[in-house]
Write a protein that binds this ligand. Structure first.
Ligand code: AHR
Length: 323
């Protein structure tokens, strides 16, 4: 994925796009193109890389009609805010934002509103007044958590002790995936106990670190691990193996995203279930941006379609996965 991203990046640079870390250069508007500024979170997971690649690939394929200004905020809200302000200075038509955390956006989004630029939240939401954004395009994260809980209940026959690897603290997606999962476990599977729940920041290395500490504390009491994303569970699988246990058997796994790495782990019998979260959002995103530029009103929430994938079909599913 990194390689693909590199190629896409060169393509886009050659095509004259402006890329920056938290800021963007002045641009000529009035070209008739749809000029979009996108403030991305960072590169914390394979899922995020796939979303970025989807946006950059789509823009590079539509270079006659789309001008994309892309900023990678390296997982810092302050960098996203800086990027948004630079998009205002440029006078872009539409601003896209994947908010790294839920709160702290009111002031900058008020500035965007005053500049008359519509905002699309892509894949994550922010806790702001409805008047500060035009639409949210993305998944139902609570439902993803609920689906993950049902899968965990099925794998453990409703009984056993588990641990939870949470996403970034304060991110809407982490809050919702936790709420959906924990509530469903409590209501539908009273025989399942969540021994510990800690953030691994959606990141493989941190997921491994947290799992190591869970294993030190609870050892073979742990029968399942739920990760708010696949990358953290891939890290947890390494920790489980290093502890001399068998992932996928001694400790079952349920995670969210559907990246290729977890399909490989499922095909190898080391992971059990992934609940899909679709990062290939570019077609919906640019369509919404074009509609907003044309003055249309959009639904408050444009949902993405997603499935659930299990170990028994992983080898067959793997070649069809796009991220
Ligand atoms: O907002 C979507 C989440 O962000 C993905 O599930 C996770 O992998 C990513 O980092």
């Amino acid at each position: 994925m990194k390689k693909i991203l590199g190629i896409l990046l060169c393509l886009a640079l050659a095509a004259g796009f402006a890329f920056a870390n938290g800021s963007a250069e002045k641009t000529e508007t009035g070209s008739g193109k749809l000029v979009v500024g996108f403030a991305q979170i960072g590169q914390e997971s394979g899922w995020r890389d796939a979303e970025t690649a989807s946006l950059q690939w789509y823009a590079s394929r539509n270079i006659d009609t789309i001008e994309l200004h892309f900023a990678d905020a390296q997982q810092k809200q302050e960098n996203q805010i800086k990027a948004i302000r630079s998009f205002i200075d440029m006078g872009v038509d539409v601003i896209g934002l994947a908010p790294v955390v839920e709160t702290g956006w009111d002031a900058v989004l008020m500035e965007v509103k005053e500049a008359g630029i519509p905002v699309i939240f892509l894949d994550r939401e922010a806790d702001v007044d409805d008047s500060l954004y035009a639409t949210f395009i993305g998944s139902d994260f609570i439902l993803e958590g609920q689906n993950a809980a049902v899968e965990m209940g099925r794998l453990l026959n409703g009984k056993g002790k588990i641990v939870e690897l949470e996403g970034t603290v304060g991110a809407s997606v982490a809050n919702d995936r936790k709420a959906g999962f924990d509530d469903t476990i409590a209501k539908q599977f009273p025989g399942i106990e969540i021994l510990g729940s800690q953030t691994g920041d959606f990141n493989r290395a941190k997921g491994k670190e947290v799992m190591e500490s869970f294993l030190k504390t609870y050892g073979s009491e742990i029968k399942g691990v739920y990760g708010h994303n696949d990358d953290m569970v891939l890290g947890a699988i390494e920790a489980i193996k290093e502890a001399g246990l068998k992932p996928g058997k001694d400790i079952v796994t349920v995670s969210i995203d559907g990246v290729k790495g977890v399909f490989e782990a499922m095909a190898a019998g080391e992971a059990n279930v992934t609940v899909e979260c679709n990062p290939l959002l570019a077609p919906q995103f640019f369509q919404a941006a074009a509609d907003l530029k044309a003055g249309k009103t959009l639904p408050r929430w444009i949902k993405s379609d997603e499935g659930i994938y299990r170990a028994d079909t992983a080898a067959k599913d793997l070649p069809t996965r796009q991220y």
